[in-house]
Design a binder for this molecule. Structure first.
Ligand SMILES: Cc1cc2nc3c(=O)[nH]c(=O)nc-3n(C[C@H](O)[C@H](O)[C@H](O)COP(=O)(O)OP(=O)(O)OC[C@H]3O[C@@H](n4cnc5c(N)ncnc54)[C@H](O)[C@@H]3O)c2cc1C
Length: 325
């Protein structure tokens, strides 16, 4: 089977989103293993300069128009569905992001093709794309084989490594006219409402010391802050900590918070509910400390310590201090 995958590039204010590279890296891997083509589709306005970052693709299709300057569902659906209809790729990868959620379902209905949501893995077996989707917050995994035609795969952020899609290369460039008819569009982009700045971005932190209800009081979070500083990391948390206003919502990991992928995720007094695990299970190394040996967090942790976090935190800090001095 020869691979034919379109990756819909996502960008905001002149910067390509990590999601784009996460999808490109996986598509590249499949094309390298099975042969075939990866095509990046870059729609926007004045975005040609982003092309040089899409070297993991074999081909790049650039579609520029003022109406595509900011993401708006209708013009994007128009140009991308027209392209898919004409080129008929086997798989179209779209991010499971606010942009992708608007786009993927509309593409599937416009083109009358299947859409596979919450995808966390992709493979090729027996002449079919096999898409693994995560259902019910990760409690059930579903595998779907796409045996013919085109399918839209909506990829969960963090499922693949962005670094794998950040490669040098010179994809063949094809510019196609958008052929948009503004009179058909009943929605237009108005403006961005940006979240308040000022806090750290836990999705970019290489080391996270994450606290759960086991931390007991707001004052005790200072202990985690100290440990995070000694490790060169940042503090994140489970949802109850944020619900109690002990930390800002920007620190929440999980289904209704951030998906993180640090090199080290130290889970302190976190039970490991599926809604939390969904946001951290892709960390490179997970170390959990919990007094309950049956806590579900131990089933995703690489290393587990059945102990009181108030014993482990100072002991760890002491050892780190010894290493420095
Ligand atoms: C729609 C929906 C969305 C949600 N989204 C999220 C989300 O994004 N993120 C999220 O985290 N949750 C989310 N939740 C909540 C989730 O279901 C859990 O309730 C939550 O993750 C539990 O947080 P916790 O592990 O801190 O607390 P608990 O479940 O109460 O666990 C505390 C743990 O600490 C341990 N412990 C207690 N004292 C100590 C000690 N001294 N030393 C060591 N261990 C100790 C206990 O054994 C226990 O395992 C969501 C729920 C719903 C319904």
């Amino acid at each position: 089977m020869s691979i034919s995958i379109f990756v819909i590039a996502e960008h905001l204010e002149g910067t390509l989103a990590d999601m784009t590279f996460e999808m490109l890296g996986k598509a590249r891997q499949l094309a390298d293993e099975h042969g075939g083509m990866v095509t990046a589709v870059l729609a926007g306005y004045n975005v040609a300069q982003l092309a040089e970052q899409l070297g993991a693709a074999d081909a790049l299709i650039l579609i520029e128009d003022e109406l595509l300057a900011e993401f708006a569902p209708q013009p994007y659906q128009d140009v991308i569905s027209g392209l898919i209809r004409e080129r008929a790729p086997g798989l179209v990868m779209v991010g499971s992001t606010s942009m992708g959620l608007d786009l993927a379902a509309a593409l599937a209905t416009t083109l009358n093709v299947p859409m596979l949501s919450s995808c966390i893995d992709l493979s090729v077996e027996d002449d079919a794309y096999v898409v693994t989707s995560q259902l019910y917050g990760g409690k059930i995994m579903m595998e779907t084989a796409v045996t013919a035609g085109t399918a839209i795969a909506q990829i969960l952020p963090g499922a693949f490594r962005a670094e794998d899609g950040q490669r040098a290369g010179t994809p063949t460039l094809e510019e196609i006219p958008p052929g948009l008819h503004p009179e058909n569009f009943r929605m237009r982009f108005e403006n961005f409402i940006k979240p308040e700045a000022g806090d750290i971005d836990i999705t970019q932190a290489p080391i996270l010391v994450s606290v759960g209800r086991g931390i007991q009081t707001q004052e005790n979070i200072a202990l985690a802050e100290e440990l995070a500083e000694a490790l060169g990391g940042s503090v994140s948390s489970s949802r109850p900590i944020v619900d109690q206003d002990w930390l800002p919502v920007t620190r929440q990991v999980g289904k209704s918070g951030m998906s993180v992928k640090p090199r080290l995720y130290l889970a302190l007094g976190i039970s490991g509910a599926p809604e939390h695990v969904e946001g951290m299970k892709n960390a490179d190394l997970i170390v959990a400390v919990n007094t309950d040996p049956d806590a579900p967090i131990f089933s995703v942790a690489h290393y587990g310590v059945v102990a009181d976090i108030f014993d482990v935190m100072p002991a760890l800090e002491e050892r780190l201090g010894e290493r420095v001095s």
